[in-house]
Design a protein around this ligand. Sequence first.
Ligand code: NDP
Length: 676
Amino acid sequence: MSLLDVSSFAAGQWIAPGAGARSIASAITGAPLAQAGNDALDVQGMLDYARTVGGPSLRKLTFHDRARMLKALAGHLNQHKQALYDLSFNTGATQSDHMIDIDGGIGTMFVFASKGRREMPDAHVYLDGDIEQLSRNGTFLGQHICTPLQGVAVHINAFNFPVWGMLEKLAPTLLAGVPAIVKPATATCYVTELAVRLMLESGILPEGALQLVSGGLGDMLDHLTMQDVVSFTGSAQTALKLRANPVILENSIRFVAEQDSLNASILGPDAGPGTPEFDLFVKEVSREMTTKAGQKCTAIRRIIAPDAQVEAVIEALSARLAKTRIGDPRLETTRMGALVSNSQKRDVLEKAAIIGQEAERVFGDPENFSVDGADAEKGAFVPPMLFHCADPDKAQRVHDTEAFGPVSTIMGYHDLDHAITLANRGEGSLVASVITHDTEVAREVALGAGAYHGRLYFNNRDSMKESTGHGSPLPHMVHGGPGRAGGGEELGGVRGVKHYMQRTAIQGSPDILSAIGEQWVPGGTEIAAKVHPFTRKFGDLELGETLHSAARQITLEDIETFAHFTGDTFYAHMDDEAAARNPFFPGRVAHGYLLISFAAGLFVQPDEGPVLANTGLDNLRFMKPVSAGDSIKVRLTVKKKTPRNEDYGQVRWHVTLTNQDDEIAAEYELLTMNAF
Ligand code: NDP
């Protein structure tokens, strides 16, 4: 079979392997499969191209434009995933592993597309938090904003997820408006290359937004500037070497790292044999050990069970692992494929031997196991291996040695504090799980172990049917961890996008902040509405366009009528003396909801028109009680406009109710859908 040539994509050109190319072997047969890399790659040219071509094009788009682009890209990859599956078998991955890597990666991109549309503005600036009041009269305010970095994101990925690993970094980067140079691990870069080809050929991305390095990265990191970001997944050793690059240190270049992790799973003290939690625990641990042949950064490396249950867990887990059929991942019967390469196999066996110095192997023998449809000697196959560490307090290697394969160690604990101490001995992990039906156990672990783990996953009989699995990083939730796990953080919805933007504190007048933030800020200039704003189409409404209503006096009869009509006869509205005893009220007061209803009556334009629906109300505050005899009036201002589709968009109105003395009685934001 001829070798696959895995190319790089640099400054708009595909560059085939050349001098310095590395050879890549099939995980299943060990035979040469592909080659990648070319020493002649112009890394400076790639950086320049991203900064001068990709960046400016991406920054012209709004967050919504870029979110739509992600959705289209994910849809395009989805249509071609069979080709990715076909190629990816060579990495040792089974069809269910592909679901995590390929479908999981595409799904992650879809989630970012949707979050970009729903949680970010159709604008160029992301507002981080609320306005800060920095002055007594509100003429000088503060606001935090995020804008895209003007450099390039260099993504250095691990071999285990050639598609997900790329897309989970690429989606937030592109949504932020930053071009990316992706450098997959050489061992599986042929799968990443195909995914990149598909994305580039779709024509969805602006030129320069995405480039690819297959093979070595050369001295690219030496040419980075303070506007660039490096996001790395891989070993702690490489992370340390790369983050210590003087250029990265001197320029304070962001370096996001996700590296080795000795993730733990705790069986709760309440979850003995015979409970649904015990069975669930065994199932989760066995799945985490064997999925991707244990080559998952989130896999369970340490199994922490009550002393009294250790034997029962070993027995149940061994019975389950014994059913794992190992073999050619293309076979439907195969449950666990191969490790990525024979060098990885050697590494796993070496690490297992280190763990074996402190723990006894109680299941799995690398010298004696069967492989379906492939040669166990030639391919990178290993069996699941379970170790038992009898003295986890004295032991050290079981807490710091990551055998990146289907290897896990069980250890006993005598009480919950001990379990927490053991979980934290990993010195920082991506995830720890607790299988318990006892909410107090969950609370204690969250308080005792939260600081040591990037994610805590609790599961029990109530959630197990819908739970997503200990090992699945979700685009909505942060992925990363302190200490050994790299100290970085990825994903987590919009949080993940912010790693590719600069947060800047902006201070100035309301008009300045309105202009920068692309939304009207209270205190800013009002545009007097010439006609009722409800008669104006979405596209015609201007930020700051304001309607001042007439005043309406509130009577005792209004309060009585509202109380009896709605049934809200709370004493503060009905009993003058009781209300006066309450520190908040001078006596009987109008219902807040009555005021809101009257406000609508004051500002509404009743005719059929561009306002299609009232879809909600945010941030309602009642600030000053209104008594019978007081009068209220309304100011209604267009604060923000967000297109939803070609037919309509959301208008956020700032609404203020004031009394006869111009004191603010209530304030809120009204949401309407308006036709274009
Ligand atoms: P490495 O740390 O060796 O490689 C990770 C990435 O860094 C690869 O893309 C690699 O490229 C790249 N890289 C290595 N050296 C350099 C360099 N000098 N300059 C630029 N890029 C570089 O990890 P592996 O993927 O080989 O895995 C080794 C071990 O790492 C595993 O056995 C496991 O223990 C751990 N690991 C942990 C993961 C986690 O998330 N917890 C994930 C994956 C691995 P190239 O492949 O071309 O060398």
